[in-house]
Design a protein around this ligand. Sequence first.
Ligand SMILES: Cc1ncc(COP(=O)(O)O)c(C=O)c1O
Length: 386
Amino acid sequence: MNDIFGTDTLLLDNPSAFTSARAHQPGALVGNTPVLWVSEPLAPAGRGFWAKLEGYNPGGMKDRPALHMVRSAEARGDLLPGARIIESTSGTLGSGLALAGIAHRHPVTVVTDPGLEPILHRLLAAHGARVDVVTEPHPVGGWQQARRDRVAELQAAEPFSWSPDQYRNPDNVDAYKSLAFELVAQLGRVDVLVCSVGTGGHSAGVSRVLRRFFPHLELIGVDTVSSTIFGQPAGPRLMRGLGSSIYPDNVDYPAFNEVHWVAPAEAVRTTRTLAATHHAGGGWSVGAVALVAGWAARTRPAGTRIAAVFPDGPQRYFDTISNDEYCAEHGLLDSPLPDEPDTVAYPGERVVNSWTRTTTVLDPRGAIAGATPQTHRNPQIDKARR
Ligand SMILES: Cc1ncc(COP(=O)(O)O)c(C=O)c1O
């Protein structure tokens, strides 16, 4: 029987048309993720953007940097055979490291905070990782700094352990070369790239390689409100993955043409719309990126080719974004989606609480007088950066 695309008959008659991957180990299943065209109602009729669905990796987008950081550290001799990997994560890198630990035979400890979704906690444990949960945020650097301090403590107690330090490790950036090459092969041309920003890894890594092919590429960064990355004050944040309460060294400030801050309700609305209209799921960063990419499709000239990176899939968010009670409790479904962001001339103009953009992108460590970088030094990473 034929389906509407005529593909059933084609596949049944021609087994060689099946192209599924065959892998001897799980690391080989990472990459070659599909792109999906996203249009109405997030973009006007006839316009839209290409979503790079990184949720099709075994663990998510961060499988790429997890594998690359582990391989590179082994090659440099920083990570010894069988040594423990210890890292701070809001979740996605933890999944990647669990996979890299299995593929490269290292035990893994992930240090996280009470915001980690229970489903992910159990999955990490099921994939062999030890999950260490900090209980109090650092008074200045929030959960991120508390997690990083705990990593340092655990490392001190385990002499041959190694920490990838995703916030500062240049291999976190380099790992995204493959994603950029895939976009070139899939789309032929990219004019605008929309990325969420947490450690800064994928926005820096993908844009750097794409600009070798398309020097005029426009890079739009997407952050959450109450995140320090682009110069707003830190505050409690519901959204995980994107945003930070520290200043990650991997953020490539000069690479960005503009930056948007998105609030949780706006991300939830968009994620739910995306799932219901395109069967494309995801979480906070997917919703925030889709909101901004849809706006880019409305405001850039027709024919502009826009790519947006969707870092993960929907399962992890079944009890938050997909849970009506959770959303009601946090007032996430009360307001309609705005069509346009507000604009500020520069990040320090005012504190933003809803979707806002600026084309003045500054490194806040230089822009905020007296700001202290919250990152601690890691001799292994200092060696790698040289
Ligand atoms: C779900 C999710 N989205 C977005 C990001 C941000 O990506 P990056 O760290 O490359 O800036 C992360 C980072 O942890 C993430 O886990």
